[in-house]
Design a binder for this molecule. Structure first.
Ligand code: UTP
Length: 279
C-alpha cells in the first residue's frame, strides 16, 4: 500500500518571475486555491495521506497554508464564509504534513533524495505541484497510477504526447508497448533536442517510485544543466529492473509558465468554481 506522497517544492520558479521572487511557485492561486492544494487533494483522493514536502528558503507560506489560522477561523466563525475553508480543513483533518529543506537547489533528483528521511524504505508517489492534473469525469491521475502500481509493483512515470518541437522541455522516453496506454521504458533522455528525442512521449510531474531509487540517485552524477536528474536515475532503474510509463487519462496544465497557468485558471473557473465545487 502506498501511503506517502512527496512534493519537491524547493525550485526557484524562474519562469514565473517576478511573481515567484518572494512567494513559492506552489502557492500561485489557480482561481482561489494554491497549486499545492490541488496536488494534495489529488494525493488524498488516491489514498495517500502522509504528505512530505521538500521546501527551501522563502517557502514558509507552504507550511502556514497547511496549518490552522486561529485568527481567521475566529473571524469567520458562524458566517457563510466558513464554506471557503471546508476543503483545506478536510486536508488538515485527514493528512499529516512533514517538511524538510533542500539547502542547495541541485535538481529534481537531488530534491527527491532530500526527501528520503521523510519517506523511508517504502514505495511513494511524487507530485510536481506546478503540473496541475485534472480528470473531472474519472479517477485522478495519482489514483490511476496507484492502481497500476498495485498491479505491476515497479516505478511508474506519467507521460503524455507533446509537440515534437517541444521535447527539449521534458524528460522523454522510448519503450515497448505492453498495453495501449503502458510502455516498458527502454530509454529515457532529459530535455533532448527534437532531432535527438527518442519519441514525443514526455514525462510529466507525477511519479510512483520504489525506494531503491534513493541509492540509485546517490550514485547518479549531475546531468543536464549540472543538476541531478531523476530521469537519469530512472533510466538506471529501468536498466536494472523495470520502469513503466503510463499515458494517463485526463488533462495536464504546465502552471510553471504563464500559458499553462492561464489555461488551468480558465479550466478550473469553468469546471469547478462556477459550479461551487472549488472550496
Ligand atoms: P522545475 O524544472 O520546474 O524548476 O522543477 P523550477 O525552479 O521550479 O522552475 P523554473 O524552471 O525555474 O521556472 C521541477 C520541480 O522540481 C522542484 C521544483 O520545485 C518543481 O516542483 N525542484 C527542482 C526542487 O525541489 N529542487 C530543485 O533543486 C529543482
Amino acid at each position: 500500500m502506498i501511503k506517502k506522497c512527496l512534493f519537491p517544492a524547493a525550485g526557484y520558479g524562474t519562469r514565473f518571475l517576478p511573481a515567484t521572487k518572494a512567494m513559492p511557485k506552489e502557492m500561485l492561486p489557480v482561481v482561489n486555491k494554491p497549486l499545492i492544494q490541488y496536488g494534495v487533494e489529488e494525493a488524498l483522493d488516491a489514498g495517500l495521506s502522509q504528505i512530505s514536502i521538500v521546501t527551501g528558503r522563502g517557502k514558509r507560506a507552504l507550511e502556514d497554508h497547511f496549518d490552522i489560522s486561529y485568527e481567521l477561523e475566529n473571524q469567520i466563525k458562524g458566517t457563510d464564509k466558513e464554506k471557503y475553508l471546508v476543503g483545506i480543513r478536510r486536508l488538515l483533518d485527514e493528512c499529516s504534513f512533514s517538511y524538510t529543506r533542500q539547502t542547495e537547489m541541485k535538481g529534481l533528483g537531488h530534491a527527491i533524495l532530500t526527501g528520503q528521511p521523510l519517506i523511508g524504505d517504502e514505495p511513494f508517489a511524487v507530485v510536481l505541484a506546478d503540473d496541475l492534473c485534472v480528470n473531472p469525469d474519472g479517477d485522478g491521475v495519482l489514483t490511476q497510477m496507484v492502481k497500476l502500481y498495485n498491479q505491476f509493483r515497479c516505478s511508474i512515470v506519467a507521460i503524455q504526447e507533446v509537440d515534437p518541437q517541444e521535447t527539449n522541455k521534458y524528460g522523454v522516453i522510448a519503450g515497448d508497448m505492453i498495453r495501449d496506454d503502458i510502455y516498458r521504458v527502454t530509454n529515457m533522455v532529459e530535455k533532448p533536442k527534437p532531432e535527438d528525442a527518442p519519441s514525443n512521449l514526455a514525462i510529466i510531474g507525477r511519479y510512483i517510485l520504489t525506494p531503491d531509487i534513493f541509492d540509485i540517485i546517490k550514485n547518479t552524477e549531475p546531468g543536464k544543466g549540472g543538476e541531478v536528474q531523476i530521469t537519469d536515475a530512472l533510466m538506471q532503474q529501468a536498466k536494472d529492473g523495470c520502469v513503466l510509463a503510463y499515458k494517463f487519462k485526463g488533462q495536464r496544465f504546465d502552471c510553471g509558465g504563464a500559458e499553462g497557468y492561464i489555461d488551468a485558471t480558465n479550466f478550473c473557473f469553468e469546471n469547478y468554481y462556477k459550479s461551487g465545487k472549488a472550496y
